[in-house]
Each structure stands twice: as C-alpha cells, then as structure tokens.
Design a protein around this ligand. Structure first.
Ligand code: APR
Length: 176
C-alpha cells in the first residue's frame, strides 16, 4: 500500500505540511475543536482573512494563508452534521475530502494533513467516517502524482485505532 498515506495521533496544529485542513463551520469565523485550535495557533490574521471569504457551504472548501502555523496554507472545509445517516451525510463528507483535494491539485501542493472531519461536534460516527476519508485520500493519491504525503492526524489513540482498522480492512498494512 501507498506509504504516502500516514496515520498518526497528535495535535494537527503541530504538524508541518504544505496545507493543514480545518474542520470549520459554514461561517468560517472559528469555533471549538480543531477549528478553535487552528485559529489560536495561526493568530488573528487567519480570522481576518476568513472574514473576507463570506462563509463556505457544507461539502465545499476554501484556502487561506496559515500565518503562525507550520504550513503554507489552511484549507477550510465544512463537514456535514450527522443527522442519523439518511440525509446524504456520507456523500457530503466524501465531497469535503474531494473539495480539499481539488484545491491541493490547483495549488500543486505536495503534502496535506487532515483531522477527522465531522467526527467531533458534528457527531459523525468515526467508524463510518474513516472508510469514507481513506477511500477519498487513496483516490487522490492515485490521481495526483505531485502529492508526496497525506497525513490524517487523530486526536485520540482510540480514533487512530479506528482509522488503522479501516485501513487494514481496505487491504493495506497500517502505516507508521
Ligand atoms: N488536532 C487534531 N484533531 C483534533 C484537534 C486537534 N488539535 N482538536 C480536535 N480534534 C479532533 C476531534 O477529536 C474530532 O475527532 O478533530 C475531529 C473533528 O472534531 P471537531 O473539531 O469537533 O470538528 P467537527 O466534528 O467537524 O465539527 C465542526 O465544530 O469546532 C467546531 O467550528 C467548528 O462548528 C464547527 C464544528
């Protein structure tokens, strides 16, 4: 399996990559969870730039600078709120990853680090989200030769284990 796909436990704001992905809300004006951590670490200039974007619909993504973060860009995407799984949530989550990778390709970025989108405040079951995320990441790695590394940064050991199991189930040995 592609060793360009890395799973790790940690704080996304401490990971160096061309782009860090933010699990934002549609206002793009910050919040809790990883959104709050990214804005705290990036500093006030990030919010100032986000204000100029006038929001982002669910499933889409927007790119900004990264300011004090160890990255060149932040790619903000708005995941679906889980409402039981019968309102197109899975398709919307897949769209988030595809929207992010469209911007990665357009900006010829070589490395990107994701959190587990929608699996916190938005309540998307991580056992359902992990296979969707990994499927979209593997498709992007197959289609973007300039991509050298895609990292999924899980906040807890339990979340990392879910992703490791999902990767194994998809027929690939767990990565580092
Ligand atoms: N690094 C990596 N992962 C993190 C971090 C961090 N510093 N902080 C939280 N997480 C993890 C959570 O444990 C969860 O697994 O990110 C995942 C996504 O959780 P949330 O940040 O709550 O994002 P989401 O579920 O997509 O909800 C988005 O929450 O913070 C608000 O403004 C945000 O309204 C939006 C909503």
């Amino acid at each position: 399996m592609d060793d360009r796909l890395v799973l790790m436990q940690g704080d996304l704001t401490k990971v160096a990559a061309d782009a860090l992905v933010n699990a934002a809300n549609s206002s793009l004006l910050g919040g809790g969870g990883v959104d709050g951590a990214i804005h705290r670490a990036a500093g006030p200039e990030l919010l100032a730039e986000c204000r100029t974007l006038h929001g982002c619909p669910t499933g889409e993504a927007r790119i900004t600078g990264a300011y004090r973060l160890p990255a060149r860009h932040v790619i903000h995407t708005v995941g679906p709120v889980w409402r039981g799984g019968h309102q197109g949530e899975r398709g919307q989550l897949a769209r988030c990853y595809r929207s992010v990778f469209e911007l990665v390709e357009r900006h010829a970025l070589r490395s990107v680090a994701f959190p587990s989108i929608s699996t916190g405040v938005y309540g998307f079951p991580i056992s359902e989200a992990a296979p969707i995320a990994l499927r979209e990441i593997r498709a992007a790695l197959a289609h973007q030769p300039q991509l050298e590394r895609v990292t999924v940064v899980l906040f807890s050991a339990a979340d990392l284990e879910v992703y490791r199991q999902a990767l194994a189930a998809a027929g690939a040995p767990p990565s580092a």
